[in-house]
Design a protein around this ligand. Structure first.
Ligand code: HEC
Ligand code: HEC
Ligand code: HEC
Ligand code: HEC
Ligand code: HEC
Ligand code: HEC
Length: 288
């Protein structure tokens, strides 16, 4: 990583300065000033392109999954699944644990069978009871999920997404990046009440304390991991044991490089939860 070298170079620079000046109060102050400013500059350089962040989609496209796997040859338009519409009503746990949707786009083996899906996946809710089903008294609803590949259809769909997101943004606390909504705050303040299960059972939050993850690089403030925030949305199995060990400080892939490649925290924090651009929410003491 370019920026790692940057810090190293900064350190060499500071070492050279110490050698150059003799001891004394004034040089000590100068040294401290230089050290602070080089740390500050290192922080800035990380923020300004030292880390190669993937481009983030616009707020109304962020967290939207484009599902067009088998539909092309089978003569059905693509399906566009919107997380921000669904997560107001359901936690991640409902779909990614109970209904077994994959957290990788186009990975779930969905067989549509004219929208019946054997009662699974989308049809666990899109059955005419929880939400619209494949058919109702007005006829077929295929086109509510399948978009025709015409510009007018896409324009209408896009305008609808924008409208829906703006309605939510007006009601919910703001955040930078992603959907520009602070979903944790929205939940904590009771402004949204997503169901945690399709069956009646309610989950008890285990509530393991928030812990800090020390950055393995000097000059970088540590990252925080609030376990409770995650337990409110997710099942333990979304993270353990595949992504993280159940032992603090034992997961090797817990590094910024891996996050940026969509692994580790980046599984969610690049696609659905607030994106990596928002340094400060994970590194609260970072000056960016
Ligand atoms: C109503 C159901 C539903 C809810 C609720 C839901 N998801 Fe998803 N999620 C899906 C579906 C469907 C896909 C696409 C799966 C596929 O294409 O195989 C998906 C895909 C994803 C992906 C991969 C996206 C990509 O672009 O690679 C991630 C990450 C993800 N979900 C995380 C979450 C998180 C975090 C939450 C909670 C905040 C959540 N999901 C809530 C249904 C849901
Ligand atoms: C856990 C239940 C659940 C699952 C699973 C689910 N949905 Fe939904 N969906 C809903 C509910 C409830 C609404 C109505 C939301 C509203 O009006 O606020 C909805 C709304 C929608 C809408 C209309 C959104 C809009 O803009 O008004 C579409 C399209 C949709 N779902 C597609 C899908 C697809 C595709 C899948 C599967 C990949 C899926 N849903 C899985 C519950 C679910
Ligand atoms: C609730 C949303 C929803 C509704 C309603 C719906 N579909 Fe689908 N359909 C999907 C999803 C999701 C896929 C899988 C897309 C993927 O994996 O890329 C799919 C896939 C398909 C496929 C591809 C082959 C297959 O069976 O998986 C066809 C054909 C299809 N749908 C036809 C229809 C028809 C016809 C209707 C109306 C009678 C309909 N669908 C209603 C969501 C829906
Ligand atoms: C969003 C991801 C995520 C979810 C969901 C999650 N965890 Fe964790 N958990 C972590 C991470 C990250 C660590 C730290 C791993 C490391 O430092 O190597 C951790 C560590 C732990 C630890 C060790 C704590 C310590 O002090 O050593 C326990 C115990 C644990 N998790 C239990 C659970 C349980 C039980 C659940 C479900 C109620 C759960 N986790 C849900 C990500 C998660
Ligand atoms: C399986 C999905 C998933 C993984 C993996 C994950 N998170 Fe999250 N995280 C979420 C969701 C969902 C939220 C709720 C906020 C949102 O959606 O924007 C969240 C919120 C947070 C918050 C904000 C808390 C607040 O109160 O504002 C922090 C900080 C955070 N995550 C850090 C991490 C770190 C660090 C890791 C890796 C060790 C990680 N997360 C891994 C899904 C995930
Ligand atoms: C979702 C949470 C999250 C976000 C957002 C995030 N980071 Fe990190 N960051 C981490 C975690 C976790 C680590 C690993 C700490 C460690 O090294 O053990 C880390 C480590 C780092 C490191 C040290 C190198 C390394 O791999 O350990 C740097 C530098 C860094 N982050 C910079 C940034 C910058 C700059 C941003 C914003 C553009 C950012 N981070 C956004 C969670 C996050």
């Amino acid at each position: 990583m370019k920026s790692a070298k940057g810090v190293f170079r900064n350190r060499l620079f500071v070492a050279a300065i110490i050698k150059f000046f003799s001891r004394g109060f004034r040089t000590m102050t100068l040294f401290i000033l230089l050290l602070l400013s080089s740390m500050f500059l290192a922080g800035l350089s990380f923020a300004q392109g030292g880390l190669k962040l993937p481009p983030s989609p616009s707020p109304e496209h962020y967290s939207t999954v484009f599902m067009a796997r088998p539909t092309k040859e089978k003569n059905a338009g693509p399906v566009v699944f919107s997380h921000f519409i669904h997560r107001v009503k359901f936690t991640c746990r409902v779909c990614h644990y109970e209904l077994e949707f994959s957290m990788k786009a186009n990975d779930t083996p969905i067989q549509c069978d004219n929208g019946k899906m054997n009662g699974r996946y989308c049809a666990a809710c899109h059955n005419g009871k929880i939400s619209f089903g494949p058919e109702d008294e007005n006829g077929k609803n295929c086109s509510r999920c399948h978009l025709e590949t015409k510009i007018v259809t896409w324009k209408k769909f896009y305008e609808h997404q924008v409208k829906k997101l703006h309605e939510l943004q007006e009601k919910l606390p703001k955040s930078k990046f992603g959907n520009e909504i602070n979903w944790s705050k929205a939940l904590d303040e009771g402004l949204i009440k997503p169901k945690n299960s399709l069956s009646a059972s309610t989950m008890e939050i285990v509530n393991i304390k928030t812990f800090t993850i020390e950055a393995q690089m000097s000059g970088i403030s540590s990252a925080v991991f609030p376990h409770k925030t995650h337990e409110q949305w997710l099942d333990c199995s979304s993270c353990h044991p595949e992504l993280f060990n159940i032992k603090k400080k034992s997961t090797e892939s817990l590094r910024m490089y891996n996050l940026l490649e969509g692994d580790s925290c980046g599984v969610c924090h690049l696609h659905v939860a607030f994106p990596l651009d928002n340094c400060k929410r994970c590194h609260p003491k970072m000056r960016v």
